[in-house]
Structure formats: C-alpha cells, structure tokens
Design a protein around this ligand. Structure first.
Ligand code: ATP
Ligand code: MG
Length: 299
C-alpha cells in the first residue's frame, strides 16, 4: 500500500444490514461527515476520516487495492475473500482488526426438513449450494467429505426446491427463511459478526495515528456497549452479599457516610441490569439503587 495519504478512508456498506450500526459506531467514536450529492462519499468533518459507501462484497477488495484503508464488513465476507486469495496463491493483505458485536449470524449447513441428519458424512456425493464456496470447501476438506459445491449468488435457500442442490450452506440468524423453505440448519461452519477490517501491513504515514486514535475510541465504545453505572447505598455488614450479586462489575468506588455504618457505592456493571437483578440487590441490602447509562469511557 505505497500511496501516501493524510486522510483515513473507511469503507462501509451503503445500504443493508450493516450500514446503520456501522455509522452509529463511527459516530459514537466522534466522527461526523458531510455527505456528497451522490451519497457514495462522506467527507469527514471532525477528523480527517472519510467514508466510502459501497456494496459489502467490495470492501475486502477495496482494502486490498489500497483504495480504502479500513472497512466494516461481515466476517463471513472477509473470510470468504481471504480464502479465495489464498486458494489462488495471492498473499494475505487484509485481516480482521476487531470484532464489533453487531450483525451476528452463522454460516450454517441446512438440509431438507425430511432428512434424518446423522452428520457431515451424509453430504458425501451430494450437491451443496452456497455463496461461500471457499469456506464450504475448507470445511468439507476438514471433515474429509467429498461433495459438489454449487456456487450461487443469491436465493440459495430455494436451490433444493428447484432441484439445483440437495443441501445448502448459507447465512442464518433467526432461521425463519430456512423454515419457510422447508430446510433445517444442522451445523455451523462459522460464526460471524461485523468486523473492522484493515491491512496486514501497518500504515507508513499519518494514517497510522488516525487508525490508532479511532481504534482506541472504538474500543472505549465497545467496552461499555451494554454497561451501566450502578449507584446505591448499603450497610457495611450487607456488603459481601450485595457484591456477590455483581460478578460483572468493576471494583466499585465506595465511601462511608452516616458515621461509617453506611456505604455509598458506584460500580460499572457490564451485564444487563434487569428489574429482577435490582430486586435481588435490594433484598441483599442495597438501597436507593440507581442505574445510569454510560456514554463514553477513556481508560
Ligand atoms: P450488499 O448490497 O451490500 O451486497 P448484501 O445483500 O450482500 O448487501 P446484507 O443482506 O445487508 O448484504 O448482509 C450484510 C451482512 O450482514 C452479511 O454479510 C452478514 O455478515 C450479516 N448478517 C447478519 N444476519 C444475517 C442474515 N440473517 N442473513 C444474511 N446476512 C446477515
Ligand atoms: Mg453483498
């Protein structure tokens, strides 16, 4: 990636499952943009970080060609194109930098409802339709199963009904699409989520510092995504029972009030703070419980 640039360019999906959460994540890392008229390019205003809005399939290639520096894309797409490069003897030029915690799904093998599934060996000699031939091929190889891969670009789930394939390997989240096509998922080839993708080689110019800054901010956002600040008071003797109910909390800040018998605490909790949990805490001796959202954190 020899071209020297003084702005960082990030590719995200133009419209689809990952576009909104990707923008929201970047915005919460402090980026803001001015959108161009064609809505393909967003000029970074708060930082020299621009966005390119593209098809998700194009993102790994844009990083490979040095057109973009980073990208937000499904691990499934990144792994598929990395697999394709390695099959054709090309060097690895992009890799996953961070898992981003949204866009979760799995690449699963699904078979017709009527099959009595016994295991991967059942796919031997069968035709399996997929949009992810490299991952399916690698997985079949690992399982030592020889099957025919039918590569389709879309509507994989109807291939068995059309007689194009016997089984499929496709992305699943709820499984509703499979069920509607009389298919059932039988095993996972990979677990996927949106990832931040970047080059294997570090940047040799100011983009290195920009990427570092962005990563640190994103880590801060990701770390506190479901976190809440819990404020409460408790009598000193009830403290052990109360803390036992907070295994997901950072070591709390405490101060003694009321002549040292009562403690006021604040604890950053990483798990969900449900009513049930608050009621349990109250029973254990916590009083005046308050749950506060956490917007930012800089460690
Ligand atoms: P594009 O027009 O950008 O090519 P697309 O149709 O290929 O869009 P989407 O359907 O928006 O892409 O999915 C983008 C990513 O969302 C997938 O690659 C995958 O990582 C993730 N994803 C999460 N859940 C699902 C699901 N149920 N089906 C498909 N993809 C899912
Ligand atoms: Mg796509």
């Amino acid at each position: 990636n020899p071209a020297v640039r003084d702005r960082l360019r990030i590719a995200i999906q133009k419209s689809g499952r990952l576009s909104e959460p990707a923008r929201a994540l970047l915005a919460s890392a402090g980026l803001s943009w001015r959108e161009s008229r064609d809505r393909l390019f967003c000029y970074g205003e708060s930082l020299p970080v621009d966005l390119l809005l593209v098809r998700d399939d194009d993102i790994p290639g844009l990083i490979a060609d040095g057109v973009c520096d980073l990208g937000i894309v499904g691990r499934n797409v990144l792994a598929e194109q990395a697999g394709e490069r390695s099959e054709t003897g090309k060097p690895a030029v992009f890799r996953e930098w961070r898992a981003l915690g949204f866009g979760g799904c799995r690449l699963a093998v699904a078979v017709p409802d009527g099959w009595d599934w016994q295991g991967p060996q059942q796919l031997a000699g069968k035709r399996v339709a997929t949009t992810y031939p490299n991952q399916l091929r690698a997985w079949l190889r690992e399982q030592r199963v020889e099957a025919d891969i039918v590569v389709l670009n879309g509507s994989v789930e109807i291939a068995p009904r059309l007689g194009q394939a016997d089984a499929i390997c496709d992305l699943v989240s709820s499984g509703a699409t499979l069920a509607a096509n009389q298919l059932k998922p039988v095993l996972d080839v990979m677990r996927s989520e949106a990832v931040l993708a970047g080059p294997v080689q570090p940047f040799g110019d100011v983009r290195a510092e920009l990427a570092d800054l962005l990563l640190r901010r994103m880590d801060g956002v990701l770390r506190i995504r479901d976190s809440k600040l819990l404020l409460f008071q408790t009598r000193r003797d009830a403290l052990p029972q109360v803390l036992q109910l907070l295994p997901d909390a950072e070591p709390p800040t405490m101060c003694a009030i009321d002549g040292a018998d009562t403690l006021a605490l604040q604890a950053l909790c990483h798990g969900a703070m449900t009513w049930q949990r608050l009621e349990d805490l109250k029973r254990a001796g916590a009083r005046g419980l308050m749950v506060l959202p956490v917007e930012r954190m800089l460690a």
